[in-house]
Ligand binder design. Structure first.
Ligand SMILES: *Cc1c(COP(=O)(O)O)cnc(C)c1O
Length: 445
């Protein structure tokens, strides 16, 4: 790509100013497909595993019956929101705007219902095959029987989380019969801890950030041979769970008669924490739609770990704290100071770019979406809007759209803001958040 990285990016990052980084290491799709670090077979395998477990999921979580035990979210056209953004912010607002409502995924109410649940199921199947001679052609609904639950109850699952991963792992593992310990960082909201405790999960709290919670959890799990640690900073299985989203999205677009081709490219804007969720989704989407898909991540200005890791080439070798940022944000799902060890490198050849956003805008988008479309999503989940709104803001992306040739295409394209969480937020908390939207933006009530 000809686009030259603005040397001001680092300065802006340090000053916690909103900025954009166009990935200069992107390769041609052909070249990437020939050297994919994670094979398509393993993604297909993940998809098949989820299908095998569908009868059990359907049994345990009646809300998934409509989709026959497959946990998937709606893709919703949000034209009222688009108009609102255009009028209120005066942005270009290209193409058709959609919301991918992973905020409303069954069981966990966030994008973590993809990766987190997949990893628990994968581990469960491995255990059953190794220790119980389980036949993968059996009906998985049988796993609700006492014999299997008793077996799984000898094992522990542990995870470190800012909240949502803990909820997805915790809810699913407890349901299957496991003992569960969730190590929560200081960012985690009380209602998430309470909800987990009510489900029989042990919650350990740390005064420190997410990396610390992960580190402690990893240590504790290593001391117990019957314990399995879901490692958000290193897990390939989590990543695989997220990649499956791309095939589901492809089906949905087809059903809705929305073309994706050279004349009608697809633009994805995804909130990024440690990178697993947006990374997995992007990985699958780039395989499915190839050069017709453009993917952008969005991070809070104070927790821009993936942008920092990619722009510096240091990946997990650098923390936002090393450049004087706090890592703290109201977007608790994105409060991560150091990116995944795996994902940054996976993204180098394919990701198009990364944006940062100030917290106050997250609240603003949250309120606008609620008022125009009647959809509530949590602040973290609103980050994608900043990508859509800023792609053509000269002050942020400079000449990137022109140089990378997406300027015209974007107007004929489909734009998807990936909403990553929110449907489990209690009513009281929603009201608090919507009140904060007013405060953060200095609006009168
Ligand atoms: C976890 C999470 C993300 C980001 O996923 P990562 O894998 O941490 O990058 C985004 N939004 C919400 C609401 C989340 O819970």
């Amino acid at each position: 790509m000809q686009y030259k990285v603005n040397c001001l990016v680092m300065e802006r990052l340090k000053n916690a100013e909103e900025c954009f980084y166009g990935n200069e290491k992107k390769k041609s799709i052909r070249e990437w497909i020939e050297n994919m670090p994670v094979s398509i077979d393993s993604i297909k395998d993940a998809q098949e595993r989820l299908a095998r477990f569908a009868s059990l999921i359907r049994f345990y979580f009646p809300e998934t019956r409509e989709r026959d035990g497959i946990i998937e979210s709606p893709l919703t056209c949000i034209s009222l929101m688009k108009e609102q953004l255009k009028n209120e912010l005066g942005i270009a607002a290209p193409g058709q705007l959609f919301l991918k409502q992973d905020s409303h995924l069954a069981v966990a109410g966030s994008v973590k219902a993809r990766g987190g649940i997949y990893e628990v199921l994968k581990h469960t199947e491995d255990l059953l095959v190794q220790e119980m001679g389980w036949d993968i052609n059996e009906d998985y609904a049988l796993l609700a029987e006492k014999k299997y639950r008793d077996f799984l109850s000898q094992y522990t699952i542990q995870v470190g989380s800012t909240g949502n991963l803990g909820m997805s792992i915790g809810i699913m593992s407890a349901k299957l019969g496991y003992k569960v310990i969730v190590h929560m960082s200081s960012d985690a909201k009380d209602w998430k801890k309470n909800l987990l405790r009510q489900s029989g999960v042990t919650v350990m709290e740390y005064a420190d950030d997410y990396s610390k919670a992960v580190e402690e959890g990893r240590k504790m799990s290593q001391m117990d041979k019957n314990s399995y640690f879901v490692d958000d900073e290193n897990s390939i299985n989590l990543f695989l769970g997220y990649t499956v989203a791309a095939f589901r999205l492809q089906e949905q677009l087809k059903e809705m008669n929305i073309p994706v081709d050279e004349e009608h490219p697809l633009f994805l804007y995804i909130p990024c924490g440690v990178g697993g969720a947006p990374g997995g989704i992007t990985y699958g989407v780039k395989y499915v739609f190839q050069e017709n898909a453009y993917c952008y991540f969005v991070e809070p200005t104070q927790a821009c770990c993936m942008l920092l890791g990619m722009a510096s080439g240091e990946h997990n070798g650098i923390s936002v704290k090393d450049i004087g940022l706090s890592g703290k944000t109201e977007a608790d799902g994105l409060a991560v100071a150091r990116p995944s060890r795996l994902v940054g490198k996976f993204m180098e050849p394919i990701l198009d770019g990364l944006f940062t956003v100030e917290d106050k805008y997250l609240f603003r988008y949250m309120k606008q979406l609620y008022e125009t479309e009647g959809i509530f999503i949590e602040p973290s989940a609103c980050a994608g809007f900043a990508g859509y709104c800023n792609l053509f803001q000269q002050s942020i992306t400079k000449d990137y759209p022109k140089v990378s040739g997406i300027e015209k295409k974007a107007y004929q394209g489909t734009h998807i803001v990936w909403a990553t969480g929110g449907s489990l937020v209690p009513e009281e908390e929603k009201k608090k958040y919507l009140g904060m939207a007013l405060e953060e933006n200095g609006w009168n009530i």
